[in-house]
Design a protein around this ligand. Structure first.
Ligand code: NAP
Ligand code: HSE
Length: 440
C-alpha cells in the first residue's frame, strides 16, 4: 500500500524531495511506496525543474490538507502563515505531517504537537535542523538512552560561510556579507541568519529533543555576528581561537539551588572556540552538531546544513519512517493511530531556561584605553571588585591614540562581568569597549 503525499511547496526543498521520490531506483525499497498525489504552489506558470503532472498542481493548498486521498502532508513552503494553519488543518484531518520549517516548529511546536497527539498523527521534522544531517532522529532514538549534558552546534550555514571568509581573507563583516549575497549564499534580507534568529529556532528544537521538554523561544538568547570584526578574528587567532556562531544548549549545573535536571542554558552567540576543538574546523556553509551525553561521551554530526538534495534527503528519511510505521500498523487507512513512541513527541512540560545574567562563561574583551600610567592596574581592580578573575591581559599596540588591550577572563557569572564592564565604561581611563565575546 503506497503512502499518498501532498507536497506544500515545490521550491528548493520541494523540488529535491520530488526528485528523490520520482527516482526510487537503488534507494531504500520504501521510497517507491511513497506517491506524490497533490502539489501546492503559489504560481502555476513557473517553470519547474521536476516533472509533475499538471493536474496534480494547485494553488489551493487548503484543498490538499483536507483531501481524503492524502495520507501525509509535506510542508516545504516556509514562512509562518499560512504554513502553521495548514499544518494544523492537516492534523485536524488526520494527516501525518513532515516539515522542514524550523520557524513554525520553534514558535508553534506546543500547539502543533498537542494537536498531533490528540489526533493520533506524527509530525516529523528531520529537515528542520542541519539540512541533510541526520540529527533529529538520532536524538530521539539512538542517543535517547543517554543523559544528554550538552548540544553545541554550528547550525547556520550562511553565518559560518561569512565567518570562514572573514577568517581566511582578514575581511570585515559588511563587504563579505554583500559578496555572499551577490553569490547567493546569503539572502537579500539576511537578518534571520546574521542576527542569530535562525540558529535560535534550531537550538530550541534540538534542546527540546535532547532534554525532553518544550522550550519557549523568547527565553533563548540570540546574538548574531554583525559586530564581529576582522580585528577580533585576528586577535582570537593569536590567542589560539577561531570565532564561530555557536548555538549552545546545556544542563545548567551552576545554579546549586535549582534542580540541575530541569535547568537549561540555551543561547546563540559568536564564540571563541579553541582551535583544536572539533567544531573549530567546520567551515564554509557546513553545519555540525556536537552532542555530549552519559555514557556515550561526545558524538559529532557533520554535513551539508542546507541545499535542495541534502534537505530533501532528510525529508524523505521522515517519509520512509512514516511509511514503515503505517505498513506495520494493522488499522485501515483513515484511522490514524500513533503507535511508535520513538517517532511521536511525548513531553508536554516546559523546561526552565536560565537567564543570561546567571550563565557562567569565559569572556574575551577588546578595549581602547587612554595611554596613561596605571591603566592596567585600574582594569585589574575594577574586574577584581566584581569577582572577575583574568586569565590574560595583552596590550596589542596603539589604535586611535589609545592602547588597544585584549583581555580573556576565567569563568565568571555574566551579571558580574557586565557590571564590571559598565563600571569601566564610566572610567576616564577607558576610551571605549570595542568588543565583548564569550569563550567556549
Ligand atoms: P522556496 O524555494 O522559497 O520554496 C517555497 C515553495 O512554497 C515554492 O514552491 C512556493 O511556490 C511555495 N509557496 C510558498 N508560499 C506559498 C503560499 N502562500 N501558497 C502557495 N505556495 C506557496 O523555499 P525552500 O528553500 O524550499 O524552503 C522551504 C522550507 O524548508 C522552509 O521552511 C525553509 O526554512 C526550510 N529549509 C530550507 C532549506 C534550504 O536549503 N532551502 C534547508 C533547510 C530547511 P512557487 O514555487 O509557486 O513560488
Ligand atoms: N538559512 C539557513 C542557513 C538555511 O543558512 O543555514 C538552512 O536552514
Amino acid at each position: 500500500m503506497a503512502v499518498r503525499i501532498g507536497l506544500l511547496g515545490l521550491g528548493t526543498v520541494g523540488t529535491g524531495t520530488a526528485k528523490i521520490l520520482l527516482d526510487p531506483a537503488e534507494r531504500h525499497p520504501l521510497v517507491k511506496d511513497i506517491e506524490i498525489v497533490r502539489v501546492g504552489v503559489r504560481s502555476l506558470d513557473k517553470p519547474r525543474q521536476v516533472e509533475i503532472p499538471v493536474e496534480q498542481l494547485t494553488t489551493d493548498l487548503e484543498s490538499i490538507v483536507t483531501d481524503p486521498d492524502v495520507d501525509a502532508v509535506v510542508e516545504v513552503m516556509g514562512g509562518l502563515e499560512p504554513a502553521r494553519s495548514l499544518i494544523l488543518k492537516a492534523i485536524d484531518h488526520g494527516k501525518h505531517v513532515v516539515t522542514a520549517n524550523k520557524a513554525v516548529i520553534a514558535r508553534y511546536g506546543n500547539e502543533i504537537f498537542t494537536a498531533a497527539n490528540e489526533a493520533g498523527v506524527y509530525v516529523l521534522l528531520e529537515a528542520a535542523v542541519g539540512g541533510g544531517i541526520p540529527v533529529i532522529q538520532p536524538l530521539k532514538q539512538a542517543l535517547g538512552v543517554n543523559r544528554i549534558h550538552a548540544v553545541i552546534g554550528i547550525v547556520n550555514g550562511t553565518t559560518n560561510y561569512i565567518l570562514t571568509r572573514m577568517q581566511r581573507e582578514g575581511g570585515d563583516f559588511e563587504p563579505i556579507l554583500a559578496d555572499a549575497q551577490r553569490l547567493g549564499y546569503a539572502e537579500a534580507d539576511p537578518s534571520a541568519d546574521v542576527d542569530g534568529l535562525d540558529a535560535a529556532d534550531k537550538i530550541a528544537i534540538l534542546a527540546s529533543l535532547a532534554f525532553g521538554g518544550r522550550i519557549k523561544l523568547s527565553e533563548v538568547y540570540a546574538e548574531g555576528i554583525r559586530n564581529v570584526t576582522a580585528a577580533d578574528i585576528a586577535y582570537a587567532n593569536r590567542l589560539g581561537f577561531v570565532i564561530k556562531l555557536l548555538a549552545i544548549a546545556r544542563r545548567d549545573t551552576s545554579l546549586i539551588s535549582q534542580d540541575p535536571l530541569e535547568q537549561l542554558q540555551i543561547r546563540v552567540h559568536p564564540t571563541l572556540v579553541p582551535e583544536n576543538h572539533p567544531l573549530a574546523s567546520v567551515n564554509e556553509v557546513y553545519n555540525a552538531i556536537l552532542v555530549e551525553g552519559d555514557p556515550i561521551g561526545q558524538v559529532m554530526f557533520f554535513g551539508p546544513g542546507a541545499g535542495s538534495g541534502p534537505t530533501a534527503s532528510a525529508v524523505v528519511s521522515d517519509l520512509i519512517n512514516l511509511a514503515a510505521n503505517l505498513k506495520s500498523q494493522s488499522s485501515p487507512r483513515g484511522e490514524a493511530k500513533v503507535a511508535n513512541p520513538l517517532l511521536a513527541c511525548s513531553h508536554q512540560h516546559y523546561c526552565k531556561v536560565s537567564p543570561m545574567a546567571d550563565i557562567v562563561s569565559r569572556f574575551y574583551v577588546r578595549l581602547l584605553a587612554r595611554d596613561e600610567p596605571g591603566v592596567i592596574g585600574k582594569l585589574g581592580t575594577c574586574f577584581g571588585n566584581h569577582d572577575v578573575s583574568l586569565e590574560s591581559v595583552v596590550q596589542i599596540g596603539m589604535r586611535d591614540n589609545c592602547s588597544e588591550i585584549v583581555i580573556v577572563s576565567h569563568e565568571v557569572k555574566e551579571a558580574n562581568f557586565q557590571t564590571a564592564l559598565d563600571e569601566l565604561r564610566g572610567t576616564t581611563a577607558i576610551d571605549s569597549i570595542a568588543s565583548v565575546l564569550r569563550v567556549l
